[in-house]
Design a protein around this ligand. Structure first.
Ligand code: AMP
Length: 231
């Protein structure tokens, strides 16, 4: 266990920099957790702070939907219902992206089934799996108040992490939108899919000895520090 909290003297700053560099060079992390647990927000912070590349299957699929590609047209039917896109499709998508990467990365939204996790370990060795734990009612309230950037994929929350200017992304200035699958009915369907298909991955990675549970409720920065401390 390493602690990455800011240290007081210069030696410790240097040590922290060396540590951050070694982490960002090759760390491979999975962020697990139900929709709305903060995977996107924390993956973004891991990218800003440690330089880990954020790979989000949801963002890739939404981009395909916006571009109206064949993949996008097919994926949209599943996404609109809150269902999972078939395993072979997302596995193919991620395999191509991951095997072309030399840097460390953080996976946000993949794997989501045991089949995806089995496929993933065929082409990469993951170092850490962080499971963000948040209860259902909190998730519904978070997702219905979530706003997303269509261009740089930063995620906001109208109460906990509002943009500085109404409906405008702080990072790139694009107009924020409310995802069509962030309505209460679709959110509840997504939570059921999570329980049935993704929840078993907690035990799957516990058995491999690489899972850490982090309380996903509360302050975004405190949750991030708990993640860093667990690395
Ligand atoms: P997310 O942005 O991670 O909440 O994902 C939004 C939607 O994209 C999900 O509800 C699924 O329909 C689809 N999706 C994202 N990742 C996966 C995955 N690993 N497997 C299957 N479907 C996925």
């Amino acid at each position: 266990m390493y602690s990455l909290c800011p240290k007081k003297n210069m030696d410790n700053f240097i040590n922290r920099d060396v540590l951050l560099l070694s982490i960002s060079m090759g760390f491979k992390i999975i962020l697990l957790g139900p929709p709305g647990s903060g995977k996107g927000t924390q993956a973004e912070k891991l990218n800003d702070d440690l330089g880990l590349i954020r790979l989000s299957t949801g963002d890739m699929l939404r981009e395909a939907v916006r571009d109206k590609t064949e993949l996008g047209k097919m994926a949209k039917e599943y996404m609109d219902k809150g269902a999972l896109v078939p395993d072979n499709v997302v596995i193919g998508l991620m395999k191509e992206r991951i095997t072309s990467l030399k840097e460390g990365f953080v996976l946000d939204g993949f794997p989501r089934t045991v089949q995806q996790a089995d496929a993933l370990c065929e082409f990469v060795d993951v170092d850490h799996v962080i499971n963000l734990d948040v209860d259902d009612e909190e998730l519904v309230s978070r997702l219905t108040a979530r706003r997303s950037c269509p261009d740089c994929n930063v995620v906001y929350h109208l109460l906990y992490k509002p943009p500085m200017k109404d409906d405008t992304c702080d990072k790139c200035g694009a107009t924020l939108y409310h995802r069509s699958d962030d309505t209460e009915t679709t959110v509840r369907a997504r939570l059921k899919v999570y329980r049935d298909s993704t929840f078993p991955l907690i035990e799957y990675y516990e058995k491999k000895g690489i899972l850490v549970n982090v309380d996903g409720k509360g302050n975004i920065q405190e949750i991030y520090e708990a993640i860093e401390d667990s690395l």
